[in-house]
Design a protein around this ligand. Structure first.
Ligand SMILES: NC(=O)c1ccc[n+]([C@@H]2O[C@H](COP(=O)([O-])OP(=O)(O)OC[C@H]3O[C@@H](n4cnc5c(N)ncnc54)[C@H](OP(=O)(O)O)[C@@H]3O)[C@@H](O)[C@H]2O)c1
Length: 282
C-alpha cells in the first residue's frame, strides 16, 4: 500500500493527553499539519507547541465533544481551517470501570455519548467532503477509530465502556464494508493497557487487570502510522489480544466462564493486598 503522512492534514480528537497527544506529536514529527482538540486549554497548548515545532501550521480547538449538538459544526470548522482533513483520528474517550449494578443511567449515557455518538457525528459530518475531494482527485482520506480490546473481550466491570466501544467497532466494520470500493479507508485500533491518565480518572473502580504491563502511548502512535502504511483495517496493541479474541469467538461460554474466574481471582488478590478478611488487630 504505502502511505506518507508528510503534508497530510490530520485531525486528532482528545489530543491534550495520553494516546491522542502522542499521535498528534508523532504525526507532526512526520510532517503532517495537525489539528488537535480537547477541553483543557493549558494541556492542549503544550501539545500544540510541540507539534508546531515540526509543523507550524498545526492548530488547536478547545471543544467539549460530549456536547453532541456542537460536534458537527466543529467538524466542518476544523475541516475548513485545515484545508480538508486527510486523516480523522477519533480518539477522545472516557473510561467507566464500574459493575452494572452500581452504574447509573447518566453514566451509561455519558460514556455512550463521548465514545460512540460523538465520533459517529464527526464521521457523518466529514465523510461527504472526504468523498467529494477524492472525486476531485485528492488522495483517499482515512478514518481511524480508537476503540479498545474491551470492545472485543467485554471485560467484567466495564459493561458501559465496553458497550460504547463495541458500538464504535461495529460501526467501523459496517462503514469499512460500505466504503470498500470508495476512496475513504476505515481503520480500527484496539489498545490494551496503555500508560495514560485514563486509569486515574475519578468515578471509576480500580483496573482489574493489574497483571498486564502498560505500554507507552508513543507505541500506539508509531503503530498507527504503520497501520496506515499497510492499509490494515484492525490493529491490536499489543497483538496478542487478537489471539484472545479468536479464543472467545471459538468458545464464548468457556470464555465468559474464564472471565468470571479471572474476576474472582483478581478481586480476591486485591482484597488480600488491602487486608480485607484479615484478622483485625486488637
Ligand atoms: N489507555 C488505555 O489503556 C486505553 C485502552 C483502550 C482504549 N483506549 C482509548 O484510547 C483513547 C484515548 O485514551 P487515553 O488512554 O489516551 O486517555 P486519556 O489520557 O484520559 O486521554 C483522553 C483524551 O480525551 C479527551 N477528552 C475527554 N473527554 C473529552 C470531551 N468531553 N471532549 C473532548 N475531549 C475529551 C481528554 O482531554 P480533556 O480532558 O482535556 O478534554 C484527553 O485528551 C480513548 O478513546 C480510550 O477509550 C485507551
Amino acid at each position: 500500500m504505502g502511505y506518507d503522512v508528510d503534508g497530510k492534514r490530520v485531525l486528532v480528537t482528545g489530543a491534550s493527553a495520553g494516546i491522542g497527544s502522542a499521535v498528534a506529536r508523532g504525526m507532526a514529527e512526520r510532517g503532517a499539519i495537525v489539528g488537535i482538540c480537547a477541553r483543557r486549554a493549558d494541556r492542549l497548548a503544550e501539545v500544540l507547541d510541540d507539534c508546531q515545532r515540526y509543523s507550524p501550521q498545526s492548530r488547536s480547538w478547545v471543544v467539549d465533544l460530549a456536547d453532541l449538538d456542537r460536534v458537527s459544526s466543529f467538524a466542518l470548522e476544523a475541516d475548513d481551517a485545515l484545508g480538508g482533513i486527510d486523516v480523522l483520528v477519533n480518539n477522545a474517550g472516557i473510561p467507566k470501570r464500574r459493575k452494572v449494578q452500581a452504574l447509573t443511567v447518566e453514566e451509561i449515557d455519558a460514556v455512550m455519548g463521548l465514545n460512540y455518538l460523538s465520533p459517529v457525528r464527526l464521521i457523518l459530518a466529514l465523510l461527504p467532503r472526504m468523498l467529494a475531494r477524492a472525486a476531485e482527485g485528492r488522495e483517499p482520506a482515512h478514518i481511524v477509530n480508537i476503540s479498545s480490546v474491551a470492545a472485543r473481550l467485554s471485560p467484567p466491570g466495564e459493561a458501559a465502556y465496553a458497550a460504547s466501544k463495541a458500538a464504535l467497532t461495529a460501526f467501523s466494520e459496517c462503514l469499512a464494508a460500505e466504503l470498500w470500493d470508495q476512496p475513504v479507508d476505515v481503520h480500527l485500533i484496539n489498545p490494551g493497557v496503555i500508560d495514560t491518565e485514563l486509569f486515574e480518572l475519578p468515578g471509576n473502580d480500580p483496573l482489574l487487570a493489574t497483571d498486564i504491563e502498560p505500554l507507552p502511548p508513543a507505541l500506539v502512535a508509531d503503530l498507527l502510522v504503520e497501520q496506515l502504511d499497510r492499509g490494515a483495517f484492525e490493529l491490536y496493541v499489543p497483538e496478542w489480544f487478537r489471539d484472545l479474541f479468536a479464543v472467545k469467538a471459538g468458545d464464548i461460554e468457556g470464555f465468559i466462564a474464564g472471565a468470571a474466574e479471572y474476576q474472582r481471582q483478581r478481586e480476591a488478590e486485591a482484597g488480600a493486598e488491602a487486608g480485607i478478611g484479615a484478622t483485625p488487630e486488637t
